[in-house]
Ligand binder design. Structure first.
Ligand SMILES: [Mn+2]
Length: 354
């Protein structure tokens, strides 16, 4: 199996199509995937501030709300929540020249926003630009930069801003832009320790600190931010983890009942998955969450050369080699049965192809 290209950086010329679109457009909507994370949000804020400073109209509109530990990013740039009734957001979409999708490469990752984007595009000259680092991009945009070697979308946006800076001929980084990008890169590299943390990532992180990002403060805001209910959920979740198949699989199911009993929310489950890989023998970690609307969310993590995005794809999801996820449109009982069986077959296949 071929590993993703590692540590490459895009040449300035390779950014030209994106630079052209962004310098030409006047009215922008920036968005990211549902259940946004630090990479999507930090990248959005950084890019919005740069475009704004270049005299553009820029609105960030997301399909789901900002998690509590990233709310401080709203002080750097307003982040709007889209809901279908929001006339203002719909008007915004129909007015804009360019929609920029960050940290996602499938149209349905835009959630409730997509029907409006697609409608506005049919009506007028709306362009879609995408910057992302997930595997297997879908062909639905006008300009797509999707580089799976990159640790984060933030890493790509940083490279883009360096190229843009050359084109416009003046410094475009401010301490706030550096901070937003630092958040993006820090969170998607698991604080600079995941496999794609190349020498270049450390260099760019150093540059961002030099430009005014404060690593201690940003780390503290994001990671020391558990609410008491989230801490209770973590306790309940840790004792519910099962280690299966001689230590190959770690498995955790979080029910609505667990969320209710601890007073926690869906986004409080995001911090839990990292504990599932903390047992060295584990090759695949699975977190299954029963959602309020009857659907089931599954997240996968893996160690080494196991492409969990392939597993997620089977159910319409996607992601990276070592981190992926999907959404089942049916109950958690059924999802667990289907998944465990498929997962065992998947691991067997992986053993054979080794
Ligand atoms: Mn990302």
């Amino acid at each position: 199996m071929i590993l993703p290209e590692y540590g490459r950086t895009l040449q300035t010329a390779e950014w030209s199509p994106v630079i052209d679109e962004l310098l030409e457009g006047q009215h922008f909507v920036i968005t990211t995937h549902e259940n946004s994370d630090g990479d999507g949000l930090g990248s959005e804020v950084a890019l919005a501030k740069v475009l704004k400073a270049l005299g553009k109209e820029v609105t960030i509109v997301n399909p789901t709300d900002v998690p509590p530990n990233y709310q401080f990013l709203k002080q750097l740039y307003p982040i709007n929540l889209f809901n279908n009734k929001s006339e203002e957001a719909i008007a915004e979409l129909s007015l804009c020249d360019v929609v920029i999708l960050l940290d996602a490469n499938l149209h349905d990752r835009m959630g409730s926003l997509w029907p409006h984007v697609s409608f506005a595009r049919e009506l007028g000259s709306l362009k879609i630009v995408c910057i992302d680092h997930h595997l297997e991009p879908e062909d639905f945009t006008d300009v797509m930069v999707c580089e799976s070697y990159a640790s984060s979308t933030g890493e790509l946006v940083y490279g883009f801003l360096c190229a843009l800076q050359e084109r416009v001929g003046h410094d475009i980084f401010t301490p706030e832009i550096a901070s937003a990008l630092y958040v993006a890169v820090m969170t998607d590299t698991g604080s600079f320790r995941f496999p794609k943390t190349s020498p270049y990532v450390y260099t760019l992180a150093g540059d961002l600190v030099g430009k005014g990002a404060d690593p201690a403060e940003l780390y503290d805001r994001i990671y020391n931010s558990l609410s008491p209910p989230a801490l209770k959920l973590l306790g309940a979740a840790l004792s519910a983890i099962s280690i299966l198949d001689d230590g190959d699989i770690s498995w955790l199911f979080i029910s609505q009942e667990m969320l209710k009993a601890t007073g926690s929310k869906l986004f409080d489950t995001d911090l839990i998955i990292r504990y599932l890989l903390s047992v060295p023998s584990v090759r695949i970690a699975v977190l299954i969450v029963e959602m309020q609307d009857g659907r089931t969310k599954a997240s996968f993590r893996s160690r080494g050369n196991i492409y969990v995005n392939k597993l997620a794809q089977k159910y319409g999801g996607g992601g990276h080699m070592n981190a992926a996820g999907c959404l089942f449109k049916f109950s958690s009982d059924k999802a667990q049965n289907v998944l465990l069986e498929d997962l065992r077959a998947f691991l067997r296949d992986n053993n054979e192809s080794k």
